[in-house]
Design a protein around this ligand. Structure first.
Ligand SMILES: CCCCCCCCCCCCCC(=O)SCCNC(=O)CCNC(=O)[C@H](O)C(C)(C)COP(=O)(O)OP(=O)(O)OC[C@H]1O[C@@H](n2cnc3c(N)ncnc32)[C@H](O)[C@@H]1OP(=O)(O)O
Length: 188
């Protein structure tokens, strides 16, 4: 499968996930759909790989912007820009698939987004790190179906520890603030 075809499949699968999450069809109509989805799943499993397709870590250093999680339908694709000021920035709109208990974005999903943008900023500097600690402050509910602005900036690098802060804003309102301590690890 060419990479473009894989991306098309992943996009179609995300659209299917959304449709499954929000469908209001009556139960009697769902059995046929489930059968069709099972059949697609069986077709894809005829030939599998052990892990999901990912971009190489060096691609983050060499190419700009980068798209994180492009090929994993369960993850949120994030096109990350790297402005001149050394920060990382991204815009993303989430829908009912990532809904929390109060008609807004699930807090764990906000944490995922923060870990990703903070982590990719560190990787973009050529530093191979894992997340040691991630702290989140939820200042306000993060809305679904509206563009969210994500930002990250490195505030300290001492020894193997790189400290990064970041936030999510919607319509000028900051909803989440994050601080991550990333630890440099030897390349494998
Ligand atoms: C498009 C291209 C895509 C490419 C992919 C890019 C994706 C990017 C985005 C993905 C993003 C997602 C990323 C992910 O999901 S990464 C996955 C989630 N993270 C992990 O699983 C990490 C698991 N933990 C470990 O492996 C070890 O515990 C580590 C390596 C962290 C430390 O064990 P190690 O034995 O090596 O270290 P040490 O004990 O000698 O300590 C060394 C120094 O570190 C300081 N320290 C230690 N621990 C912590 C801590 N928890 N908080 C704060 N500080 C800590 C410690 O005080 C000391 O500092 P100093 O005294 O020297 O000052």
């Amino acid at each position: 499968m060419s990479v473009d075809e894989r991306e098309r499949l992943v996009e179609a699968t995300r659209a299917l996930t959304y449709a499954v999450a929000v469908t209001d069809l009556p139960d009697e109509d769902l059995a046929a759909v489930s059968e069709a989805v099972d059949s697609l799943s069986r077709a894809l499993r005829k030939q599998t790989r052990k892990r999901c397709v990912t971009e190489s870590v060096t691609a983050v250093v060499e190419s700009r912007p980068v798209v994180l999680d492009r090929y994993n339908p369960a993850m949120i694709p994030l096109e990350v820009r790297f402005p001149e000021d050394g920060t990382a920035a991204a815009t993303v709109t989430l829908n009912a698939v990532h809904q929390g208990p109060t008609d807004s974005v699930h807090g764990g999903v906000s944490g995922l987004l923060m870990d990703n943008i903070l982590g990719i900023l560190v990787q973009s500097k050529g530093l191979l790190c894992v997340t040691g600690t991630l702290s989140l402050r939820y200042r306000a509910l993060t809305p679904l179906d509206r563009p969210l602005e994500l930002r990250a900036e490195i505030v300290d690098h001492s020894g193997r520890r790189v400290t990064v802060t970041g936030w999510i804003e919607c319509g000028g309102v900051r909803t989440v603030e994050a601080t991550g301590v990333f630890i440099e690890v030897p390349s494998r």
